[in-house]
Design a protein. Structure first.
Length: 307
C-alpha cells in the first residue's frame, strides 16, 4: 500500500482526465492519473479529427500524444493500472486489480466507454481473426480486401471512410433505412465509390474457418437471410460506460453512466466524474475536455472548503 495521500487521483487518461490533470496541477495540487490501457482513450483509435478548435485536421494519436506530453511537462504522476473498486471516506481508497491501494482526498472518474459487442455467434471466435473494434489499429491489415462496418452513426461512417483507404470494398450494414450521422459525413459516404450500403439488415452470425469468411445478414422486415462475403468486420453499434468498479456506490443510472450535476459532482462528496462516462447528451473530445476542466475546478474548491 502506498501511504502517500494525494489531493486528487484521476481514473482515466482520456481528454477529460488529462484536461482535469492540467487544471489541477496548475493549481499546485498533488495529482496522479491511473490509466488501464494507454493515454488518450478513444483518441488513440480515431483516424481523423476535424472538429478540435484551432486544428483544421489532425489524427487521434497525434492529439493524444500532444495532451500526454502536456501533462508530462507539468510532472503529473502517472500510474498504469486497472481500478477494481473505490472505498469512500474522508480519505478515499482506490484499489487496483493487482492489489495496490492509493489514498486520496478527492477523485475524478474519467474512464470513458468501451465498444459494445454484437453478441452473435462467431464474434468471440473470430476476434483478432477478422473481427476488430478499431479501424485505425487494424485497417491496414485489410489492404485490397473486403470489409464490413456495422452501424449508422458518425463513428461507423467515419471508420468506413478510413477503411476505404485500404480495402477494395467497404460494406456498411445498418438496421434502419437512414443514417444517424452528420450530413457532411453522409455525403462523403455517398461519394465514395468503394462503399456499398446495405440498409435494413442486421448481422446474426459470423462464419469462417481459421479466419472470418462470411457474415450472415437478416432483413429486419422480411427475416430473409443472406451470406455476405467479408474478410473483416468492424462493429460500431454503440458504447457502454466503464463503471463496473463503482456499481456499489449508487452513483450510476440504469445504463451504467454516472450521474453528475452541472459541476461534475456525484452524490458522494469529493467524488467527481467527467467525459464520456457521465450521463450527457454529446460525447466529443471537446466536451470531455470541458468536463475535465470543470471537475478539476470543483475539486480545487472542495479541497479549499475542507482544509
Amino acid at each position: 500500500m502506498n501511504n502517500k495521500i494525494y489531493d486528487l487521483i484521476i481514473i482515466g487518461a482520456g481528454p477529460a482526465g488529462m484536461s482535469a490533470a492540467i487544471y489541477a496541477k496548475r493549481a499546485s495540487l498533488e495529482v496522479m492519473i491511473i490509466e488501464a490501457v494507454s493515454p488518450g482513450g478513444k483518441m488513440i483509435k480515431t483516424a481523423e479529427i476535424e472538429n478540435w478548435p484551432g486544428l483544421k485536421q489532425t489524427t487521434g494519436p497525434e492529439l493524444a500524444f500532444s495532451m500526454f506530453d502536456h501533462i508530462n511537462s507539468l510532472a503529473v504522476e502517472y500510474q498504469a493500472g486497472h481500478v477494481s473498486r473505490i472505498e469512500d471516506g474522508e480519505i478515499k481508497k482506490i484499489i487496483t486489480d493487482d492489489h495496490q491501494t492509493y489514498l486520496t482526498k478527492s477523485i475524478i472518474i474519467a474512464t470513458g466507454t468501451v465498444e459494445r459487442k454484437l453478441g452473435i455467434p462467431g464474434e468471440e471466435k473470430f476476434a483478432g481473426k477478422g473481427v476488430s473494434y478499431c479501424a485505425v489499429c487494424d485497417g491496414a491489415l485489410f489492404k485490397n480486401k473486403v470489409v464490413t462496418v456495422i452501424g449508422g452513426g458518425n463513428s461507423a461512417l467515419e471508420e468506413a471512410i478510413y477503411l476505404a483507404k485500404f480495402a477494395s470494398q467497404v460494406n456498411i450494414v445498418i438496421r434502419r433505412d437512414v443514417f444517424r450521422a452528420d450530413a457532411l459525413v453522409q455525403e462523403d459516404i455517398q461519394n465514395n465509390s468503394k462503399i456499398n450500403i446495405i440498409l435494413k439488415h442486421i448481422p446474426i452470425e459470423i462464419q469462417g474457418d481459421t479466419v472470418l469468411k462470411n457474415i450472415i445478414l437478416e432483413n429486419v422486415d422480411t427475416k430473409e437471410r443472406q451470406s455476405l462475403m467479408s474478410d473483416g468486420l468492424f462493429p460500431f453499434i454503440g458504447l457502454d460506460p466503464i463503471t463496473n468498479f463503482v456499481q456499489d456506490l449508487g452513483i450510476t443510472n440504469q445504463q451504467g453512466y454516472i450521474n453528475v450535476d452541472a459541476n461534475m459532482r456525484t452524490a458522494i462528496p469529493g467524488l467527481y466524474a467527467a467525459g464520456d462516462v457521465i450521463d450527457k447528451g454529446l460525447r466529443q473530445i471537446v466536451t470531455a475536455s470541458s468536463d475535465g476542466a470543470i471537475a478539476a475546478q470543483q475539486v480545487i474548491k472542495y479541497l479549499d472548503d475542507n482544509k
